[in-house]
Design a binder for this molecule. Structure first.
Ligand SMILES: [Cu+2]
Length: 360
């Protein structure tokens, strides 16, 4: 476990680079166990890896001083709860689009001051681009077809390269046929750690959840991206509850949860049993005098919030959108005798944008 001792060690800035820790961070499906290490971190990679529960972190290689990543835009088949079974025990295939076999795409993680090179290969049947939402970069790297580049045609690879001159929680998504491609699932986190973190920016657990909404009609596996107002599945990290991978923490640990919303709705995100400080509005950590104490915070389209709190009470504490219909799956389903559905939803478990943190 990362405890107060390791946090003090971190602050002292002592010790050698922990290679096993860095290797462990890539390919980790969920949980912060990758960061379970008493070894102090080096100045060069002085960050606790972010866990995007259920989603991998994108590995990179080094080329000179450049961190080189590879993103593959491609169709992805995932599984949502099938509410034709009133208890949601069945799963239904969902034919979306994502990156590297994943909806959402893998989390890109780097440090302020890094130069990143990201090869984007298009394995879709139509053009795409990648826009790096919120990141300060040269216009040629902004990913907007007709403004800063030609679209990446099917089968082609486009290479983005830029220095990271800020820190914060950002994300990537296509800027070609945005409603369709983003609506089919294409998006992912791009997290830039501060080069010299302030003591109040050090935490023991660092999590990230991405909010999306979907309209998926009965009998169709294809999300309806023409829908503008009615949605029936609500996901965190590409998964509707109760399949969302939850968080864990030990009593007394300092926990950070980053939440990005790339849906066409606002989501009031609520934590049980604790108050949190809002420490970021999607553009880097705020100074302490701008932190706001809350337990529910609206996150609107294309916004990000970072919440931080000390794990003060043992238990499984819910962390969810507080629009109650967003904590259910497939609520619009018409009740068909013998088919379950809305009329029987009293027997349904919570789903949608609903997960928890277990404090032990
Ligand atoms: Cu919501």
């Amino acid at each position: 476990m990362i405890n107060k001792v390791s946090r003090r060690s971190f602050l002292s800035g002592l010790g050698a680079l922990s290679i096993p820790l860095l290797k462990a961070q890539t390919g980790k499906a969920h949980g912060n166990e990758a960061a379970v290490d008493e070894t102090p971190l080096s100045r060069n990679e002085s960050y606790l890896p972010v866990a995007t529960p259920g989603i991998k972190t994108l590995p990179y290689t080094m080329d000179g001083g450049v961190k080189v990543f590879r993103l593959i835009a491609e169709p992805v088949i995932t599984q949502f709860q099938d509410m034709s079974d009133p208890h949601g025990m069945k799963r239904r295939p969902i034919m979306g689009w994502g990156y590297n076999g994943s909806i959402i795409g893998p989390t890109i993680e780097a440090v302020e001051g890094d130069v990143v090179r990201i090869h984007v290969e298009n394995r879709l049947k139509e053009p795409t681009t990648v826009h790096w939402h919120g990141i300060h970069l040269p216009i040629e790297m902004d990913g907007v077809p007709g403004f800063s580049q030609q679209p990446i045609e099917p089968g082609q690879t486009f290479t983005y390269e830029f220095p990271l001159i800020q820190h914060g929680t950002y994300f990537y998504h296509p800027h070609f046929m945005g409603a369709k491609q983003v609506g089919l699932g294409m998006s992912g986190f791009f997290i830039i750690h501060p080069k010299d973190p302030k003591p109040y920016q050090i935490v023991d657990r660092d999590y990230a959840y991405f909010l999306q909404v979907w309209m998926i009609h009965p009998g169709s596996p294809i999300p309806d991206t023409m829908e503008m107002t009615e949605f029936n599945y609500f996901t965190m990290n590409g998964t509707p509850g109760p399949d969302i991978v939850p968080m864990t923490a030990k009593l007394g640990e300092k926990v950070r949860i980053r939440v990005a919303n790339l849906s066409m709705m606002t989501h009031p995100i609520h934590l049980h049993g604790h108050s949190y400080k809002i420490t970021e509005h999607g553009a880097g950590f705020l100074p302490p005098h701008q932190h706001i104490l809350a337990n529910t915070e609206n996150i609107s389209a294309a916004e990000e919030r970072t919440f931080e709190f000390t794990a003060e009470r043992k238990g499984k504490w819910l962390f969810h959108c507080h629009f109650m219909h967003h904590t259910m799956n497939d609520m619009h389903r018409i009740s068909i005798p013998g088919m379950g559905g809305h009329a029987t939803h009293a027997g349904m478990d919570m789903g949608g944008m609903h997960t928890w943190i277990e404090i032990t």
